[in-house]
Ligand binder design. Structure first.
Ligand code: XMP
Length: 509
């Protein structure tokens, strides 16, 4: 395995992705990790990430210098290289010429990190500092027009530094460079696959949980489904899933889930129908944040009450993913502004003393999908588009009534049917309908109508942080609009949302 030290770069997750694409396991650690802690993880090598600070500034992040005495290779990227230089006796200063964007790199020899890279290659740079004096034992291994020390190496100790970012797509031979570090320099083996991950994780869960009972909140999304499958394989009947039907789900969602998990996979599930309770709590509420808070609280109450009925439960399983963990541990990310409160992040039933089991906490979303596949999960569950915890409540803009929910649910079902039939479902990050709180005039047959407007939202995205509206074919949009207006009573107008994120968000509330 490889340890990545997170100096706060916006690309640190990308470094992890690249390493794992090579089937080598890696974990991101904060700079506060001690050398002893890192040694205990027995890594084959360390990668020091980039970061927004300058090493010569006060309070710039530093990791225990003992990592250079562990006898394993270290690769420093940008700030990570500056840290290496500063710590090992060299000097970093503000660059005369800053370098952002593409730069052609000339490597002195095509060996080591630069094996198979060629004498010149395009790299991507983003730095305002450069190296004035190399530490003892290092030599320059590549330069660009503006940066003399674009790469350095101490081949005796297996320490390497690169000023550019090999982890980003723009660095054309970035993957080769990372591959060289992992296999030629660190001697890693490409043995990390989803099958091996599943095998190891199931064994670990068995060891941790023993013959105790585990509770899991099942939502029907890919994360909680895969978590359920893993834990079920490990402890069988000692897993009980709780599914809360809040009345804000898509059409047939609860029934389908019941069929899959209960009948087919034979997993213990308790279904709680709490629709009325949620409706009552949401009556006359139109503020989006209040909706979210209410739904979050009701969910916790219902879940807790149901969980209390399960005697002798010791563990609570959650489908937390790696990006959540990285964000919460990052020493420099700082708290970002609350745009929307996501109710389903964190939060244990407080009355019960449960220990957490989070088997997916080191995986990225696409890895979870691969894991689902390796565990034999159906494609339609694996490729489910994300659906927000507060469900249709945040897509009925304004007050929520049973009638309005039903209108939206029916519209949404038509939309889903068409999107699936067109082959677009998997290509879209999300596709859904929003019911607006205004009416407009229309004409049906010979009569005037004064009815609801629905907006269709379809977006492409990699991680929901940014998104673009999908360029769906006009005839598909036309068909969707026709069907909705013809088939759903109470709707006489359909509009298509053509805003990207940012500045808009994916959901309307
Ligand atoms: P926004 O609307 O902030 O959404 O661009 C980004 C992604 O998060 C989903 N979303 C939620 N998911 N609970 C969730 O589980 C929530 O409260 C919630 N709010 C938004 C949204 O569907 C999109 O995928």
């Amino acid at each position: 395995m490889i340890v990545i030290i997170d100096f706060g770069s916006q690309f640190n997750q990308l470094i992890a992705r690249r390493v794992r694409e090579c089937h080598v396991y890696c974990q991101i650690e904060p700079p506060t990790a001690t050398a002893d802690h890192i040694r205990s993880m027995s890594p084959e090598g360390i990668i020091l990430s980039g970061g927004p600070s300058s090493i010569y500034q006060k309070n710039s992040p530093r990791v225990d210098a003992g990592i250079f005495n562990l006898g394993i290779p270290v690769l420093g990227i940008c700030y990570g290289m500056h840290f290496m230089v500063d710590t090992l006796g060299g000097k970093v200063k503000q660059a005369d010429k800053r370098e952002y964007g593409f730069a052609t790199l000339s490597a002195t020899h095509q060996v080591g990190l630069f094996k198979d890279v060629g004498p010149e290659t395009v790299t991507w740079m983003s730095h305002g500092d450069s190296i004035e004096k190399l530490p003892k034992g290092f030599s320059i291994t590549a330069s660009t027009a503006n940066t003399v020390v674009a790469a350095m190496a101490n081949t005796r100790r297996n320490f390497f530094g690169v000023q550019f970012h090999p982890e980003v797509e723009h660095t054309v031979k970035g993957r080769t460079i990372i591959h060289n570090f992992l296999f030629d320099i660190c001697g890693c083996k490409a043995s990390w696959t989803m099958r091996s991950f599943a095998r190891d994780t199931i064994a670990q869960i068995r060891e941790t949980v023993g013959d105790k009972k585990v509770i899991l909140g099942l939502s029907g999304g890919v994360d909680s489904s895969v978590t359920a499958l893993l834990i079920h394989r490990a402890v069988g009947k000692n897993l009980t899933c709780i599914f809360v039907d809040n009345g804000l789900l898509r059409k047939n969602e609860a029934t389908q889930l019941k069929q899959k998990f209960k009948s087919k996979l034979k997993i213990n599930i308790r279904f709680v129908n709490a629709a009325s309770r949620f409706m009552e709590a949401l009556a006359k509420v139109s503020d989006p944040e209040r909706k979210r808070k209410i739904i979050g609280k009701e969910f916790m109450d219902v879940f807790e009450a149901e969980a209390m009925k399960i005697k002798d439960a010791d563990f609570l399983a959650q489908g937390t993913l790696y990006p959540d963990i990285i964000e919460s541990q990052s020493a420099f990310g700082g708290p970002t502004a609350v745009i929307k409160s996501h109710h389903n992040v964190g939060g244990l039933p407080k009355k019960m003393r449960l220990k957490l089991v989070e088997p997916l906490k080191y995986l990225f979303k696409d890895e979870v999908r691969k894991l689902g596949k390796a565990l034999g999960l159906d494609d339609d569950l694996i490729w489910r588009q994300p659906f927000p915890g507060p469900g249709l409540a945040i897509r009925v803009i304004g007050e929520i009534t049973r009638r309005r929910l039903e209108v939206l649910r029916t519209v949404d079902a038509v939309l889903q049917e068409e999107i699936r039939a067109s082959g677009y479902y998997r290509r879209l990050w999300q596709s859904f309908a929003v019911l607006l709180p205004i009416k407009s005039v229309g004409i049906m047959g010979d009569g005037r109508t004064y009815e609801n407007i629905v907006a269709i939202r379809a977006v492409t995205s990699k991680d929901a942080m940014t998104a673009d509206w999908a360029r769906l074919p006009h005839n598909l949009l036309g068909k969707i609009s026709n069907r909705i207006i013809n088939e759903v009573r109470g709707v006489n107008r359909v509009v298509y949302d053509i805003s990207s994120k940012p500045p808009s968000t994916i959901e309307w509330e």
